[in-house]
Design a protein around this ligand. Structure first.
Ligand code: GCW
Length: 679
């Protein structure tokens, strides 16, 4: 059923007899070489799926024809190893091969890999091919992840509230752990493994040091044990002042010997319980969090101290670059770069610097963060936000892979043309040994995990792009729709278009033409361009749009903050003039008069107004599309999406009306005819 719990692992019954015949005759049983928790998980998944897809049992058999064989490379006969040698050479430790072969003269479909986890990934891939109704005769697929650390970041607090979470409470039931293991934990692991996610940071970056105490480590261990067979490592956030709060030291100075020893002992203690613990994620000296700067030390001092503590155990440190200080509010967009770039090359090998996709904060649209490409000697990890803090929470339908793709495919030009952000993240541009990507999770206790039924697509899409950052968002949308709803093209085609367009629509009705951070403050829901009284200047929307009777926009060129200088040429040069700046970034980089003439010959004011209006109309189009889809969707999700789309329409109008009414006070210009007066 599509109530949402099963996510994209619906395994909906295949009723087409020809298709069913193809699959069930090609695979009549399963043979598993060796045994391990991961191989068992693979077998269980295949067997359960079979039951659901074909209403028949996939039985374990030791021999025969048309078997599905699961075996890691080292369990293959030497002839097979030779036959497959070039395929095997082409995959990495987590990759897999799925191939139709003849083994002992029997037709066999083999899933092989260098590791058990590779076999698990291959099993999910085979199931995906079937869910997508692909032809599997002569199947021949090999694939490997391009990024090593593919992790979710949960901003989950120990009291089960979730910072910026809109799908209920935290799924981690700390109170009842370690004894009570909810079935959701395993289904969470299955879902993540199915898209290749291999790590999860369980706790909020605004961290509580309690999670590092013995009592909680036991609970974390219980989760780690559920996740381990699925190849998912657990990580924790480390509050920098933990030695003060949960230890008995009176400093957290990273150069103090006792502090260093405290972290080493802490790491040893954790690893004794959780041998495959992933390491720490740290938010330090950002938004009031403690950090090395409190002791006159640098980010390098802080990160390297923790890196030394986890290094003997193979752990890593993900040190966030999301910093902006109170001292220099001239342009928040410049600060992370200014603070981190000078440290390039100074972090230990097991440190990743984790950078948000843009320099401000998870806006509906931002240019890529200028740090990407500017630290060639430091592994940089991408941080995307899957939860929709600035994009309408889980009330609005927005397909984020389209946005992630835009960032990943942006050309930084740092080593000439074709220096995409994706190449920096996957390490190919400067030959990085450690690579990673993180997504701030949108998961909670809602029955369907993500609140909005289409929020699942963002979790799914993040995973797919983490595995392969070059993937097309259209492909992701198509796969997700088919696996979650139906393969019927009458549904797939229009809904795919709706998803792909949805991101641009939200930009249009919230922050068109490069406007940003004009959401009402604190909660970041709904418009608030007028807000100006918060204590820190850079928390106020007026700081970002700078509307006055002269014009609107943030001048980041030489005549302004010159943040543009942080980008390589030709970007820096091209964007220095409004005429050659892509219109989608116009007001991000320029303060322009209301009557500035745009490409279409109309004024800036006219374009702002009509773009807001287009955004509203596009939400209406989404509603029209959805209304035609009733027959393809179960009643519950159908109605839920219908009602949510009505909220989205109402709020798109709210955005349009509020922003235009506010900006009109400064522009003093009439609304274009096509734009209705505020209701
Ligand atoms: O986007 C902002 C959020 C904060 C968040 C912070 C961060 C976890 O408003 O809630 O804190 O970013 O990323 O650290």
């Amino acid at each position: 059923a599509q109530n949402g719990y099963d996510l994209w692992l619906q395994y909906s019954s295949i009723t087409d007899s020809q298709l069913k015949q193809q699959y069930t005759s090609k695979i009549t049983g399963i043979q598993v070489k060796g045994s391990s928790a991961t191989l068992n998980a693979s077998t269980e998944e295949l067997k359960n799926a079979w039951k659901s897809l074909f209403d028949t049992d996939l039985e374990t058999r030791e021999q025969g024809s048309n078997l599905l064989m699961l075996a890691t490379e080292d369990r293959l006969s030497s002839e097979l190893q030779t036959e497959l040698s070039s395929d095997l050479e082409s995959i990495n430790d987590e990759g897999y091969i799925i191939k139709q072969l003849s083994i002992d003269e029997q037709p066999t479909i083999l899933i092989t890999a260098k590791s058990d986890i590779g076999v698990l990934y291959g099993s999910f891939r085979l199931l995906k091919e079937i869910q997508l109704h692909k032809d599997i005769s002569n199947i021949d697929i090999s694939d490997s992840p391009k990024i090593q650390k593919r992790v979710l970041n949960h901003w989950d607090n120990l009291d089960r509230t979730v910072e910026r979470g809109y799908a209920g409470f935290s799924i981690w039931d700390w109170h009842l752990l370690p004894e009570l293991i909810k079935p959701e934990y395993m289904d969470y692991a299955r879902a993540n493994a199915s898209i290749g996610i291999n790590g999860t940071v369980l706790t909020n970056v605004n961290a509580n040091s309690l999670v590092l105490t013995e009592h909680y480590i036991e609970k974390v261990k219980a989760l780690a044990e559920v996740f381990r067979p699925y190849g998912i490592q657990v990580y924790l956030t480390a509050r920098f002042s933990a030695p003060l709060e949960s230890g008995d030291l009176d400093t957290a100075d990273p150069l103090n010997e006792e502090v260093r020893q405290w972290w080493k002992d802490k790491a040893d203690e954790i690893y004794a319980e959780i041998p495959d613990f992933g390491g720490f994620l740290v938010k330090a000296n950002s938004e009031g969090q403690p950090g090395p700067n409190n002791y006159g030390r640098s980010h390098v001092d802080g990160a390297n101290m923790l890196a030394e503590a986890v290094a003997p155990h193979g752990g890593i440190v993900m040190w966030r670059a999301f910093v902006y200080s109170e001292d220099d509010p001239e342009d928040r967009a410049k600060q992370a770069y200014s603070e981190f770039v000078p440290f390039d090359g100074q972090f230990h090998d097991n440190v990743l610097v984790q950078v948000k996709n843009g320099a401000i904060d998870f806006q509906p649209r931002e240019p890529f963060h200028p740090i990407f490409g500017a630290m060639p000697d430091t592994p940089l990890m991408m941080e995307f936000q899957i939860t929709q803090e600035y994009l309408g929470f889980s009330s609005h339908l927005v397909f984020l892979p389209k946005m992630f793709e835009e960032t990943l495919q942006s050309d930084t030009y740092v080593q000439g043309e074709n220096s995409s952000v994706a190449k920096i993240i996957d390490g190919t541009l400067s030959n990085k040994k450690l690579t990673g990507i993180a997504g701030v999770a949108n998961i909670g206790t809602e029955k369907n995990w993500t609140g909005h039924p289409f929020g699942q697509a963002n979790w799914y899409g993040f995973g797919r792009l983490a595995w392969d950052p070059y993937l097309d968002s259209e492909k992701i949308a198509e796969d997700w729709i088919k696996m979650t709803f139906t393969n019927n093209p009458e549904f797939v085609q229009p809904i795919k278009e709706m998803l792909l367009d949805s991101r641009e629509s939200v930009v249009k009705y919230m922050t068109p033409l490069g406007l940003h951070h004009i959401m009402d403050t604190g909660h970041h829901y709904g418009p608030g361009p007028w807000v100006s009284e918060l204590s820190r200047p850079e928390w106020n929307p007026v700081y970002y749009h700078k509307a006055d009777s002269e014009g609107v926009g943030f001048d980041r060129t030489k005549s302004g903050s010159n943040a543009l200088a942080q980008y390589a040429d030709p970007i820096a040069e091209k964007y220095s003039s409004p005429e050659t700046t892509p219109e989608k970034f116009l007001l991000w980089f320029h303060h322009l008069p209301w009557d500035y003439e745009m490409e279409n010959g109309k004024t800036l004011w006219f374009n702002i107004a009509t773009t807001y209006q287009e955004g509203v109309e596009e939400v209406q189009d989404m509603i029209d599309t959805w209304e035609k889809m009733e027959e393809y969707v179960d009643q519950e999700p159908y109605e839920k999406v219908s009602m949510l789309l009505q909220i989205q329409l109402k709020e798109a109008k709210w955005w349009r009306d509020a922003c235009l009414a506010y900006f009109q006070k400064y522009s003093n210009m009439e609304l274009p005819e096509s734009v209705p007066e505020p209701e």
